[in-house]
Design a protein around this ligand. Structure first.
Ligand code: MRU
Length: 358
């Protein structure tokens, strides 16, 4: 129990109100070193998101909200008229750090809306409103992850094998996480799962973060390379796939870490249910389908040199390095949100989440 709480209550993003200082755990150093870094300037914040020091769709949204509050504090008080303009510019700058996860623009929009509501109040009141909004986005994600974990837990039973891709645990969110939430919650309640964590090339979130979190929490986790998912499924070791998401389109197409759609195709072949877990802040009803989701392309050096002592490809070899892919809605057995589990047809079930305002 104690170990699980160490994992689920990790302070991946921490705003110290007394010191007025924003800290994150630098995820690029894990699993070898758990180190907090402080983010002070807009450039440091942009770099932290762009280089994945803070990563995972909900986490970058939460972080960006605190970033905007911290940046709002730096705008000179003598310039009330210019306040909104400057804050919007900071918002646009942070938003340009990564394009795919919709939580980033969602959180920035929410912070700017709060600023627009309070901009002509005393500066202290305006800043307090911004701080409260950022803290509420954070608190809200904790509650959403807890609810997602409960719903997700209804989809598996004691002893099941679960395959996951990338990292959608506490480090990528808050508390239990999304795709790892049911596993951590179930483990806390005495259930046993056998988890297969895809390594997740090229940035190794599965190896560095998921297997780290699950192992520390006492979960039976086996690390496999991405190209081993098929044999693991064929062996009969997987009863369900749980993955996170960065943006879910109105028709249920879901963008997640590159390689996720391959897992879904394999799962369909082997008759294994494939679930996408994420908060409603990841659902983008303005985006009709997966073809409209912007896909981030990253530096080819992540493939050729990043983890190697010597380059593993000639320096002039062409590379294609998309950070995400889109899983077609037809491959998804259910989308697990904090409001419940959506099933096909997703155009209806996802829209209903927002209609009811529950
Ligand atoms: O590039 P990353 O590591 O930010 O990609 C993260 C993912 O794809 C996660 O699965 C997703 O953001 C969901 S996190 C709950």
């Amino acid at each position: 129990m104690k170990d699980i709480q160490k994992v689920t209550h990790v302070q991946n993003i921490r705003y110290d109100k007394e010191a007025e200082a924003l800290y994150i755990i630098d995820q690029t150093r894990l699993p070898n070193e758990e180190k907090e870094i402080r983010l002070e300037t807009a450039e440091e914040m942009y770099t932290a998101i762009q280089t994945l020091q803070v990563r995972g769709a909900p986490a970058i949204g939460i972080c960006a909200a605190y970033c905007l509050y911290a940046l709002a504090r730096t705008i000179p008080e003598e310039e009330p008229e210019a306040f909104l303009e400057k804050l919007r510019a900071y918002g646009a700058y942070l938003n340009s750090s990564r394009p795919t996860a919709v939580n980033l623009s969602w959180a920035i929009r929410a912070m700017l809306a709060t600023a627009e509501e309070h901009w002509n109040e005393e500066r202290a009141a305006l800043l307090e409103a911004l701080y409260q909004k950022a803290a509420a986005i954070h608190e809200d994600d904790i509650a959403k992850c807890a609810a997602i974990s409960e719903y997700g837990l209804t989809l598996v039973k004691d002893g099941d094998g679960i395959l996951t891709h990338c990292n959608a645990g506490p480090l990528a969110t808050s508390r239990y996480g999304t795709a790892l939430g049911p596993i951590l919650l179930g483990t806390e309640r005495g259930m046993r799962f056998r988890v297969f964590s895809d390594e997740t090339r090229p940035l190794l979130q599965g190896a560095r973060l998921t297997s780290y979190e699950l192992h520390r929490a006492g979960v039976d986790v086996t690390l496999v390379c991405d190209n081993m998912a098929s044999i693991v499924m064929k062996n009969g070791w997987v009863q369900a796939c749980f993955v996170g998401c960065d943006r879910v389109a109105a028709n249920g197409d879901a963008a997640n870490k590159i390689g996720t759609s391959g897992v879904a195709i394999l799962a369909k072949h082997y008759g294994i249910p494939f679930y996408v877990l994420g908060p409603t802040s990841t659902i983008d009803l303005n985006c009709p389908d997966g073809d409209h989701i912007p896909i981030e392309e990253r530096n080819p050096e992540e493939i050729k040199t990043l983890w190697y002592e010597k380059p593993m490809a000639l320096s002039d070899i062409k590379c294609y390095n998309p950070a995400f892919d889109v899983t077609d809605h037809s491959l998804i057995s259910g989308i697990v949100t904090e409001k419940g589990i959506c099933r096909a047809p997703y155009t209806e079930s996802l829209a209903a989440l927002f209609d009811n305002k529950t």
